[in-house]
Write a protein that binds this ligand. Structure first.
Ligand code: LLP
Length: 454
């Protein structure tokens, strides 16, 4: 059997021991399965910390070379728990949150409000009030209505003006291998920079509205262009558009905003042979292009920030399953596919069903010498779209009881998990130097029953 271990898409702490069994963070998978059960999300703490620090260092170094400062916010939507918020904060990152729940977890971790940003296209009054209560460093406003609501809230409470960024859409939309620079922005986020019918653009209108309110302090402009981006040019195009808007606002009002956020979206490897964006390279390219844009516009550079989520936590995570039913299915005259059912599925990883996302899996409890066969890893849900890994070569002798791991599930796995079919959501455990620590425990049926009012 061939194995991609060690190497991408696995975390750096993944290896096979002498018997061919997988070890992660110094912990053999058999021990993990015994101690915490399956399915389980396993996070390689050292790998996650190194990726967080790597992004911070790469951007700090590259931006310092062009004379700009930069802050790195970890996008908690990818996966947030108290421990993970602490780790990334220890590594010098701030935390980007997208709801009152994420904000509360970051605060519980002891991250100071000043190091937290709050996003959301439809924040509730309670969420805005929570942000103000804890002095969050920035509220990223997403509509003109929100500008008014936030100003009214500050007015009613008294206190310092709220620090605000305005989220704009630059017409650059990127994700996967797709990249369209002329997009007509038909989606719910942000305010378009495109002016129409002789009117100010929605983005300009919102920036002016923020400046008009003494209850708000305009920190800067925010742009997020997409996710799982592997073609870096979109970041550079979007950055230039934002810097142009900033210069336009300065010409109009004399106010040159201090900060520009370029969002997240840095792509990772999900399959062997896929190449992740290299933080050092992308940081250098983006720094060079913002420096060139600022020079063209004859404006000094702002302080920048970025918001990687997936690139920090995705590759550090794997999901450990136990194989149950194995069933050969004749697809046509030539092809047979082995359907390998595991003890989880679309409730712990919705991405294949939702986005057609591709993953890589291996049998990890042993090294098999059986010839490999074409297999599809499926879950245990009552739905034929319940696919975990669409297509993968697995040893022909894969059988019930085998441990199977799926690589690179750290981002948007647990954070998008559900209780479909009333499955209980798996635990998230951290491994490091041979030790196992539960970050989120496994849900129990009692947890589900506790919600049921009879
Ligand atoms: N900042 C903002 C404003 C965002 O909306 C996002 C992601 C990020 C940062 C982090 O993006 P990342 O670096 O993780 O790509 N559920 C989808 C991804 C949705 C991303 C939404 N926004 C998935 O599983 O692929």
């Amino acid at each position: 059997m061939t194995t991609s271990i060690p190497g991408e898409p696995w975390s750096t702490g993944v290896a096979r021991d002498g018997s061919g069994a997988l070890v992660v963070g110094g912990v053999p998978v058999a021990r993990l399965a015994q101690e915490v059960g399956t399915p389980a999300y396993v996070l390689d703490e050292a790998d996650l910390r190194a990726r967080a620090a790597g992004y911070r260092r790469a951007f700090e170094t590259a931006f310092a070379e062009v004379g700009a400062g930069v802050d790195v916010y970890y996008a908690g939507k990818a996966f947030l728990s108290v421990a993970v918020a602490r780790w990334v904060h220890d590594e010098g990152l701030r935390v980007d949150t997208a709801s009152g729940g994420e904000l509360t977890v970051a605060l519980r971790a002891g991250v100071p409000g000043a190091d937290i940003g709050l996003h959301g296209n439809n924040k509730s009054d309670e969420e805005l009030a929570l942000a103000l209560d804890h002095g969050v460093g920035r509220v990223i406003v997403d509509s003109l209505v929100e500008v008014e609501r936030l100003a009214a809230l500050v007015r009613s409470r008294g206190g310092d003006p709220a620090p605000v960024m305005v989220r704009v859409t630059t017409g650059v939309h990127a994700g996967g291998h797709e990249y369209i620079s002329t997009a007509h922005e038909d989606q719910k986020f942000g305010l378009s920079v495109t002016a129409r019918d002789g009117q100010d653009s929605p983005a300009m209108t919102a920036l002016l509205a923020v400046l008009d309110h003494p209850e708000l302090r305009l920190l800067g402009i925010h742009s997020h262009i997409g996710s799982q981006i592997l073609d870096p040019s979109g970041f550079e195009v979007a950055a230039r558009v934002v810097l142009e808007l900033r210069a336009q606002l300065a010409r109009r009002t004399g106010v040159l905003v201090e900060e520009v956020d370029l969002g997240g979206g840095y792509g990772i490897a999900y399959l062997p042979g896929e190449v992740a964006l290299d933080p050092d390279r992308i940081a250098k390219d983006v720094a060079a292009s913002v420096a060139a844009a600022a020079a063209d516009l004859a404006t000094p550079l702002p302080r920048f920030s970025i918001e990687p989520g997936r690139a920090v936590v995705g590759p550090s995570g794997l999901t450990l399953y136990t194989v149950g039913t194995v069933k050969p299915v004749r697809v046509d005259d030539e092809t047979e596919r082995l359907y390998v059912s595991v003890d989880g599925g679309m409730s712990d990883n919705i991405r294949p069903a939702l986005y057609g996302a591709r993953y890589h899996a291996e049998v990890v409890g042993r090294l098999s010498s059986a010839p490999s066969v074409l297999a599809r890893v499926v879950g245990k849900h009552c739905e034929s779209g319940d696919v975990v890994v669409h297509e993968v070569q697995l040893p022909g002798d894969v059988r019930a009881g085998d441990l199977l791991a799926v690589a690179a599930t750290g981002a948007y796995g647990r954070s998008m998990a559900s209780n479909y079919n009333l499955l209980t959501r798996p635990p998230v455990v951290a491994v490091r130097d041979g030790a196992v620590r539960t970050l989120l425990r496994r849900e129990t049926v009692d947890d589900l029953l506790a919600l049921d009012q009879g």
